[in-house]
Design a protein around this ligand. Structure first.
Ligand SMILES: *Cc1c(COP(=O)(O)O)cnc(C)c1O
Length: 236
């Protein structure tokens, strides 16, 4: 199977239209929603082609893959973010290279991002990942532990908490998925209303290829889309 630039262009425009439609339907403007592409397994030439169409946020899942592609991304007008599960011992390899780490889910990891950022004399923006479906063996802090984690990490130096991210359980039931998204939005608003020092809840990152429309209807302002843009993932 081969990727075709014409397919990527068609998909890009189609996704932009659907994002705009969902934004308006949920009382917002198209530009209020950030379209980030999850670019795992996609070769830099295709990523750069999407960037040339206007894509301005990309996210990688694996540190090794990000580093191997890093010099080839055309990042002048594009934000590079980390969206996958992150091990503490790899933090130092990506701090300074990514604009946002979306997947902080423990005190240990937050402390390491803070420590490394401080050493490098910079500040790193982070999202806290929530395991909204309470699935075993899945990344993300349990919903009932979220507030405690925020209290533990909010005063760490050299990190800024910018919001929440989630990957809900895989399921066919649209209403069930929407209820996970809606629970996330409620948590975000609840934390926002507490006005914790050093905690902003500007970003709600949720929704992927199959459910970004529903996620936006439920309040997402950042969606992470892979296969709907680049086609089926080709694992080598
Ligand atoms: C791969 C991935 C996505 C996108 O998945 P698609 O279903 O291909 O859109 C979104 N978020 C994360 C964290 C991912 O790893």
């Amino acid at each position: 199977m081969e990727r075709l630039l014409s397919d990527i262009e068609y998909n890009y425009n189609h996704i932009k239209e659907r994002i705009a439609e969902a934004a308006v339907k949920s009382g917002r403007k198209p530009e209020d929603i950030t379209f980030l592409s999850a670019t795992k397994t996609v070769e830099p030439e295709y990523i750069n082609y999407a960037i040339s169409l206007g894509l301005d946020h990309i996210g990688e899942n694996r540190v090794q893959e990000l580093l191997s592609k890093y010099d080839e991304y055309n990042l002048e007008n594009c934000s590079l973010q980390f969206i996958g599960h992150l091990q503490s011992n790899k933090v130092r390899q990506i701090v300074g290279k990514v604009d946002l780490i979306q997947s902080v889910d423990s005190l240990k990891l937050a402390k390491e991002v803070s420590r490394v950022s401080q050493n490098k004399n910079l500040t790193t923006d982070i999202l806290v990942e929530v395991n909204i479906g309470k699935e075993e063996n899945k990344s993300g802090v349990m919903p009932e532990m979220l507030e405690e984690l925020l209290y533990q990490i909010k005063d760490l130096p050299s990190i800024n908490i910018k919001g929440l991210m989630t990957i809900p359980p895989i399921c066919d039931d649209n209403n069930k998925i929407r209820s996970f998204f809606s629970d996330m939005n409620k948590m975000l608003l609840d934390i926002s209303s507490k006005k914790l020092d050093n905690v902003s809840m500007d970003i709600l990152s949720m929704g992927m290829s199959g459910d970004y429309y529903e996620a936006i209807l439920e309040g997402a302002n950042m969606v992470r889309i892979g296969s709907a843009l680049f086609g089926k993932r080709i694992y080598k």
